[in-house]
Every structure is written in structure tokens, then in C-alpha cells.
Write a protein that binds this ligand. Structure first.
Ligand SMILES: Cc1cc2nc3c(=O)[nH]c(=O)nc-3n(C[C@H](O)[C@H](O)[C@H](O)COP(=O)(O)OP(=O)(O)OC[C@H]3O[C@@H](n4cnc5c(N)ncnc54)[C@H](O)[C@@H]3O)c2cc1C
Length: 398
């Protein structure tokens, strides 16, 4: 957004509570690599120019990449500046920070979609002897006591953490709710390549039937590893991870699992087949049908009668890792723009308060909006709207 505003000569400042790329420096586990290939993190006027376009950035590489971008565009960032409130003021907004106040006509909310790890309320009923972590506070297996671990959530964070812990010698049980299975490589190319080329990631928010639902769809079960391997539930069960249904509650020290595991897996297999069918169709229509034949993964294997309950302490569970999603933190936003779930009400990033914009949310304007690669197109659109808003406001004043 900063780069797009600068192109339009719009005077602006970026307020950042930490350093540039703060979330990547402080809120991810050590072994995390981007699940999007290097070529895919395209930012306005900046793209990967190394010799491994199909590789996946490590955490330090992501930090370097974002810091290099900020430097290359001379982004006017004020680091260690925490926004403590944004409220309406005469002709615009008053932004309070720990380092003084700002007055402005427009505000872009780019504070991230994943500020708080979501943990279900029944977590409070866990036996006190069980340690808890979230995908945000988990760093590496050294943090986790020997013995059993229950990882809750089987999207990209949960599957990656379950994989790492099982391989580090913990006995992992994975509670599986709705998830989206995906092969890392399909017909010789990265799945992200196919989705990008076929325009799946460019699908717009005003083209889908149910945008509310589309914005809640969990992340693809993908991981970025040097060997470009698929990480799905079959891979996890093959190394000894035990699959159970969605964690539905905790009572008297017992975890209660939903009986829907088989259905969840069948649904996920079906959705994967549909996505791959769509990509095959696109390949046919674009003369790529001859490249490599379709290579479909076998159905997800589920044990005949997965347990519906588990006494956590007796089963040796010593740690729970909540990988149950994230949500934004707007505790500092004093504008009447939040819905009853605490999410900002907006139309493709144009917030229901004049001159206020939103960035970085799931399916904000396009399917790729919450990816690094999605920020550029959204910023181009929203900066155009913002410029028109400022012009209109200037005309009004004149
Ligand atoms: C575990 C995980 C893995 C991911 N993997 C990928 C991937 O492989 N590829 C990909 O493209 N995307 C990935 N993403 C999504 C990724 O987070 C986004 O693509 C990208 O970081 C969004 O950038 P952003 O600037 O919108 O938000 P953020 O990176 O969250 O940045 C928001 C910034 O706002 C600051 N901030 C928040 N509140 C305040 C305040 N009150 N005052 C001042 N500053 C504040 C924060 O410190 C932070 O630096 C992943 C996300 C997670 C959680």
C-alpha cells in the first residue's frame, strides 16, 4: 500500500509496533517455511530474482525479503510505534500511539489477520497438569514435554506442527475438523503454479456465491519443504500420528471428539478432486494437457472406529497445541465498524467509515488477498479508491 500511495504522491506514514516484518520475527515457529514458492511472493515493483524460484523461503529469508522491500521503496515506517486508538476527529481521524498523536484524513488498517490465536472456550476445562501452546506460541519440539501431544486443527499450521513433533519422538494425536487437502506438486508443477495460472487465486470477492463462507475456508494443507513433498493426513498416519475427529469439548478431564472424522476426510478428498478437475479442464483448454498425466492421491485412510473420547491424563497427553485458527485484534479501533464477531465490516476492503480501508484479510478482494502475493493487486485497487476519496474531500473543502 505504501508503494502504491507513493506512486500517487500521497503523503503517508506506516506505524509499526515492532520492527518491519514483526509477525514473521516473533509469531511463527522456527522451522516454518513459506508454503508459497519463492516466485509467488510478488510485491509491486519487487519480485524474486534468486536461482531457486520454486523453493520455499525459510523464516529468516522471509524477514530479509520484507525488510529489503521496505528499504527498496523507502517506506516511511515508524517502528516501535504502537497504535493505541483510532477515532473520528474533526475532518478525519485521530490516531493515538505510544509515541504521540497523528491526525489524518484516511486510515488503512493493515494490522494483520492473525494477531490472536483462536482457542475454544472449553480449553479452560483442561486438567491443570496439561501444558498448552498455540500455533502462535509454538517454536520447536524442545518446548514440548516428552510424551503425548494433542494437536487440535489439521490445516497448514496443525499438520506441520504435528509432523514436526511426531518426528521429534512425541506421540501425536491430531484432532481433525474441516480441512482442505492438496497435493504439493500436481502434474509436475507446484499446486500454487496451477492455481495462479488458471486464475483460481484471482477470483474476486464479488464473483463468489457466498463470500462469508469463502472468507472462513481454512488454509490449504500445504507445507513448503526442500523435497516438495505433500503433507496430508495419510503422510501423518504413516509416521504414527493418530487421527481423531474434531475436538468438540472437554469434560471431567476427557476430550470429546466428533464422530465426523470419516465424513470430514471424504469431503476434503472430494474438494481436492474438484479443484484438480478444474485445473485439468483449464490445462485441456490451454493446450497443456499433454504435459504430464493427472496423478491423483489415494483417498485419506481413516481407522475403522476412531475414538470418540479420551481421558487426557490417562492417555499420556502432556501438551495440547491449539492450531485452531487466528483472528485480528481491533481492541484499539474506536470506530463503529465492527460486526458482532468483532470483524471489520467492509466491501472489498472499503470500510464502512469514510476514508478507512482494510488490507490483508482472507478473500478481501481476491482469493489470494491474505497471501503476500495478494497484497499488490488489492493495494492498487484500494489506493485508487483512497486517492479519489481524498480528491473528493479536497473539492468539498474548496
Ligand atoms: C502461520 C502462518 C503462515 C503463513 N504462511 C504464508 C505463506 O506461506 N505465504 C503467504 O503468502 N502468506 C502466508 N501467511 C499469511 C501472511 O501472514 C500474510 O501473507 C502476510 O503476512 C500479511 O501481511 P500483513 O502486513 O497484512 O499482516 P502482518 O504480517 O500480520 O503485519 C501486520 C503488522 O501490523 C503490526 N501491528 C498490529 N497491530 C498494531 C498496532 N496496534 N500498532 C502498530 N502496529 C501494529 C504488526 O506488528 C505487524 O507487523 C501465513 C500466515 C501465518 C499465520
Amino acid at each position: 500500500m505504501s508503494r502504491c500511495l507513493a506512486e500517487r504522491s500521497i503523503d503517508h506514514v506506516l506505524l509499526e509496533r515492532g520492527e518491519v516484518a514483526h509477525t514473521w520475527r516473533t509469531e511463527r515457529w522456527d522451522s516454518l517455511r513459506l508454503l508459497t514458492p519463492n516466485w509467488q511472493s510478488r510485491l509491486p515493483g519487487f519480485r524474486y530474482d534468486g536461482n531457486d524460484p520454486d523453493g520455499y523461503r525459510t523464516l529468516p529469508e522471509v524477514v530479509d525479503f520484507i525488510a529489503a522491500y521496505a528499504k527498496s521503496i523507502s517506506a516511511p515506517v515508524r517502528t516501535h510505534t504502537t497504535v493505541t486508538s483510532v477515532r473520528s476527529a474533526e475532518s478525519g481521524y485521530l490516531v493515538r500511539t505510544n509515541r504521540g498523536d497523528w491526525r489524518c484524513q484516511t486510515v488503512v488498517l493493515a494490522s494483520g489477520a492473525c494477531n490472536i490465536a483462536q482457542v475454544p472456550g472449553f480449553a479452560a476445562r483442561l486438567p491443570p497438569s496439561i501444558a498448552t501452546l498455540t500455533a502462535q506460541s509454538y517454536r520447536n519440539p524442545d518446548q514440548v514435554a516428552d510424551g503425548g501431544v494433542l494437536v487440535v486443527g489439521a490445516s497448514s499450521s496443525g499438520t506441520q506442527i504435528a509432523h514436526e513433533l511426531q518426528r521429534a519422538g512425541r506421540a501425536v494425536t491430531l484432532a481433525v475438523g474441516e480441512h482442505i487437502r492438496a497435493p504439493r506438486v500436481y502434474r509436475g508443477k507446484d499446486l500454487e503454479w496451477w492455481m495462479d495460472a488458471a486464475g483460481v487465486l484471482d477470483e474476486r470477492y464479488d464473483q463468489v456465491d457466498d463470500i462469508g463462507r469463502a472468507r472462513r475456508v481454512p488454509s490449504l494443507q500445504l507445507a513448503g519443504t526442500p523435497d516438495r513433498s505433500t503433507l496430508d493426513l495419510n503422510v501423518l498416519s504413516a509416521i504414527g500420528v493418530r487421527l481423531v475427529g474434531r475436538l468438540a469439548g472437554i469434560a471431567d478431564g476427557k476430550a470429546q471428539f466428533s464422530g465426523s472424522l470419516r465424513n470430514m476426510c471424504a469431503l476434503s478428498d472430494l474438494k481436492m478432486r474438484r479443484l484438480l478437475d478444474l485445473l485439468d479442464e483449464w490445462a485441456r483448454a490451454n493446450g497443456l494437457d499433454e504435459t504430464k498425466p493427472p496423478d491423483r492421491l489415494p483417498p485419506t485412510r481413516v481407522e475403522d472406529s476412531p475414538p470418540l473420547g479420551m481421558d487426557l491424563v490417562k492417555s499420556g497427553i502432556r501438551t495440547i497445541v491449539w492450531a485452531t485458527g487466528y483472528r485480528p485484534d481491533y481492541s484499539w479501533l474506536e470506530l463503529p465498524v465492527l460486526d458482532r464477531k468483532g470483524m471489520v465490516r467492509h466491501d472489498g476492503g472499503i470500510v464502512c467509515a469514510p476514508g478507512v480501508y482494510l488490507m490483508g484479510m482472507q478473500f478481501l478482494r481476491r482469493r489470494k488477498s491474505a497471501l503476500i502475493d495478494g497484497a499488490g493487486d488489492d493495494a492498487r485497487d484500494l489506493s485508487a479508491h483512497l486517492a479519489a476519496y481524498l480528491n473528493g474531500a479536497a473539492r468539498l473543502r474548496a
